[in-house]
Design a binder for this molecule. Structure first.
Ligand code: SF4
Ligand code: MG
Length: 320
């Protein structure tokens, strides 16, 4: 069962199109990974599909179904209720987003004060202790100030805040990038345990492909504002079909088994001011054909679980 259904979503920054006609579904309880080089539109897509897009980003078209209504046509008041209650976010550098002059307790209690005004103080406090315990921090730390906590602990506090109101969807945008590798993995493992226990869905963005493959159920690969391949994480890792996805997944060391050569992708990431004609990846693609410079391939299913936007696949399927 899906929790979010995105159809035809396009987002502009002024005259630049950052997200182009994206269709995507977030299933209940799943971790959907978004991958792509910086500027590929992955953060913009995640923020737009949850109506958290900051200006100057503007949603130009599309629908996002959530619990039977279209998020994109909600009034500001309805949106405010939705944030934190239904959709929460753990963003990049979140560990530095805590207020340095307020204790952990004060900051957690603030979430309840704002969103659960009728909840008695004792119940709020009990819930704060429970939340800290949930993310692996001793409730004794409630009276600590951010500077008394390690980076990993501060990040866990931010996760506790995101989970405070039991949201249905958690967006994690480079949530652990500032931490060392061991700590990143620990926090993500814990987040996935919480997800299994509490049943929320996650949109997970990271430039670290090995973390993405390990922790996502499904991955959508973005290039120049479009989803170019979408598949279960393990099948994508074993065999990507879009030449860009193949390059991206081939450009990091294998998690297990024999090491793959690091191939990388020649050329530069997409520049939204000068998007190439046809398939935007064609200047970097070793398999480019005549049709690729003339016409843009659309994302289409190639089997039951995988969709690809590439003329190679369309040709294989007999379409033109
Ligand atoms: Fe390469 Fe053409 Fe496929 Fe684009 S459509 S990825 S240029 S083969
Ligand atoms: Mg980003």
């Amino acid at each position: 069962m899906s929790v979010l259904e995105v159809r035809g979503l396009s987002v502009d920054y002024g005259t630049l199109r950052a997200v182009h006609d994206v269709d995507l579904t977030l299933e209940r309880g799943e971790v959907l990974g978004l991958a792509g080089e910086s500027g590929s539109g992955k953060s913009t897509l995640a923020y737009a599909m949850t109506r958290l897009l900051p200006p100057p980003g503007v949603i130009r078209s599309g629908t996002v179904r959530y619990k039977g209504f279209d998020l994109l046509s909600l009034a500001p008041e309805q949106l405010r209720t939705l944030r934190w209650n239904d959709i929460a976010i753990v963003f990049q550098g979140a560990m530095n987003a805590l207020n340095p002059v307020a204790s952990v307790a004060t900051q957690l209690l603030d979430v309840f004060r704002a969103h659960r005004p009728s909840m008695p103080r004792a119940a709020r406090l009990a819930r704060c202790r429970e939340l800290l315990h949930l993310v692996g921090i001793s409730p004794d730390r409630l009276d600590s100030y951010p500077h008394q906590l390690s980076g990993g602990m501060r990040q866990r506090v931010m996760i506790a805040m995101a989970l405070a109101l039991e949201p249905e969807i958690v967006i994690m945008d480079e949530p652990t990038t500032a931490l060392d590798v061991v700590m990143q993995r620990q926090i993500l493992e814990q987040m996935m345990e919480l997800r299994a226990a509490l049943g929320f869905s996650v949109v997970f963005i990271t430039h670290d492909i090995s973390l993405l493959v390990e922790f996502s159920d499904r991955i959508a690969i973005m290039y120049s504002g479009r989803v170019v391949e979408e598949a279960p994480a393990q099948s994508l890792y074993r065999a990507a079909r879009h030449p860009y996805a193949t390059g991206l997944l081939g450009s990091f060391p294998a998690l297990r088994g024999p090491r793959r050569p690091l191939r990388g992708i020649p050329g530069s990431p997409p520049d939204l001011r000068h998007v190439p004609s046809g398939c935007p990846f064609h200047p970097r693609c070793a398999s480019a054909m005549d049709v690729c410079t003339a016409r843009t391939p659309v994302l289409a299913p190639v089997d039951q679980h995988r969709s690809v936007a590439c003329w190679l696949e369309h040709e294989n399927r007999g379409a033109t």
